[in-house]
Design a protein around this ligand. Structure first.
Ligand SMILES: [Zn+2]
Length: 495
């Protein structure tokens, strides 16, 4: 069951967001009235994303939900990168998807399909809203080539033996987002020298299937953009660079200028810096993106959680330990998105308890009844505080504190006035719609696949096969449900 979102009727503060580009908090005003165009860099589908990746997707989901609570109509585009993302985010090296395909000895598109499906299932379990569009890089090749050709024509790109590169020296604003200006870059050691490039920071728009890439399986003719096989003869045949993908996919669905672009902080450089250079040079319009919003990364102890370091947890690791997807969602959203979250199991434990408390309170107040009393008018204040917190650059810790506070004072109210109780219930529904992790599951009905497992477990218990019953409990847990046994039998609820 979904609940209507009750919009704020009282005069509320204006949403302010921290913009990575201007490095300050700004009032958010979309270009077109109540319409917001928002792009989120989606996953590269070569493996199961870890919870650090999800923390950034969840932040985008929260931002979208909050914009909708504020009455905006959000056109959210979230891509799938299924080609062109090379290891270590560089111009040289193996394609992440193709590397995995070799390891699993299957076709790269099969890898992309497999991990896309898994990703979409994870998204669902984590209660993320469906985006307006979910373009795949392999299906947007023609649009990418179109931009490459404009860039060549305008003198922002040049061709070499192994590809087509963007010339960073033709874009003076390069470095504005990340601080990696050409001056700073030449002083540092972040770029390798490549003899064929005009400037070491120039980046690939198109990689030809020659040299190290001669065996690249996913390839397209250029400039026609038709998928061709490895035996096809076309000296320009190749595949896109990772950055041009997002410039093309965002332009296709949101136009040349967009209101919000989100991602993880690791995307700031080189990915987003390069997106800006290409998009603005191609369209001639500034800015490509008004507000850049980045989620800080998650650490495991002192280290960053990253696949290359091998210290990652996936959603399965969390569910296997008996936590619900909503517990994880709560945990990742309970810390402000511009703070590095230090992941600990203790932290997840606390999140689980806290989430349960708020969910129970939300369930409880639905059953309350009003009388002729005059109490319960504090709600207006709680609601205002909640809105102020969320509008202050999505200050989720403060917003959650308001909910705990509301749970405390509302339980002390002896006689609710009709108006007071309605206001409280409406406020709770707004908070529920905002966070997306306070679903009790009771009214949602148990999905049939979970019901089947429950039935099997019931049978196992009747046969006193407790080992099987425990195994089934774990299976049910993986689907996001928690089972409790009582005298009336087993009861399942969404975690
Ligand atoms: Zn991207």
């Amino acid at each position: 069951m979904r609940y209507a979102v009750h919009m704020s009727k009282e005069k509320s503060s204006t949403l302010r967001l921290y913009n990575t580009l201007t490095k300050r908090e700004e009032e958010f005003h979309p270009m077109k009235g109540k319409h917001v165009g928002m792009y989120t860099c989606g996953p590269t589908v070569y493996g199961r994303p870890h919870i650090g990746n999800y923390s950034s997707f969840l932040m985008a989901d929260l931002l979208r939900r909050w914009l909708e609570v504020l009455g905006y109509e959000v056109r959210h585009v979230k891509n799938i990168t299924d080609v062109g993302h090379l290891v270590a985010d560089r111009d040289e090296g193996e394609d992440k998807v193709e590397k995995q395909a070799k390891e699993e000895q299957v076709d790269p598109l099969a890898i992309a399909r497999k991990y896309t499906e898994q990703y979409l299932a994870d998204e669902k379990i984590l209660n993320m809203l469906e985006p307006y569009a979910r373009p795949r890089a392999t299906e947007t090749i023609k649009e990418m080539i179109e931009i490459v050709q404009v860039l060549l024509k305008k003198g922002h790109a040049y061709e070499t033996e192994d590809g087509i590169y963007f010339s960073v020296e033709t874009f003076p604003a390069y470095g504005a987002l990340s601080g990696n200006t050409l001056k700073n870059l030449s002083a540092g050691a972040r770029v390798e020298v490549d003899e064929m490039k005009k400037h070491p920071a120039d980046f690939a728009l198109w990689k030809k299937c020659v040299g190290n890439n001669s065996m690249h399986l996913l390839r397209w003719s250029y400039p026609a953009g038709e998928r061709i096989s490895t035996t096809g003869k076309d000296e320009h045949a190749g595949f896109p660079g990772w950055h041009i993908e997002c410039s093309a996919m965002s332009r296709k669905f949101l136009g040349e200028q967009i209101d919000i672009h989100t991602g993880g902080e690791d995307n700031i450089f080189p990915h987003h810096e390069c997106e800006i250079a290409q998009s603005e040079s191609g369209s001639g319009k500034k800015p490509f993106v008004h507000t850049w919003v980045h989620r800080r990364r998650i650490n495991l102890g002192e280290e960053k959680m990253s696949k290359s370091l091998g210290n990652v947890f996936t959603l399965s690791d969390i569910l296997d330990k008996g936590y619900g997807a909503q517990d994880l969602r709560y945990y990742l959203l309970s810390v402000h998105y511009r703070t590095n979250l230090k992941f600990t199991w203790k932290g997840l434990d606390d999140a689980k308890k806290a989430r349960r408390k708020i969910t129970e309170w939300m369930e409880e107040i639905r059953k309350w009844e009003s009388k002729e009393g005059k109490e319960g008018n504090e709600c207006k204040e709680s609601r205002q505080k909640f809105f102020d917190a969320m509008n202050a650059d999505l200050n989720t810790p403060a917003a959650l504190a308001v909910l705990f506070d509301a749970a405390a004072w509302s339980r002390n109210v002896k006689q609710w006035s009709q108006e007071g109780l309605a206001a409280l219930q409406s406020f709770a529904e707004t908070a529920r719609a905002t966070f997306g992790c306070f679903e009790s599951g009771e009214e949602e009905g148990i999905p049939s696949e979970v019901q089947k497992l429950l039935d099997a477990r019931k049978a196992a218990r009747a046969n006193k096969d407790f080992k099987e019953s425990d195994r089934l409990r774990t299976e049910i847990g993986k689907k996001g449900y928690d089972v409790k046994d009582s005298v009336e039998g087993q009861k399942a609820r969404k975690m």
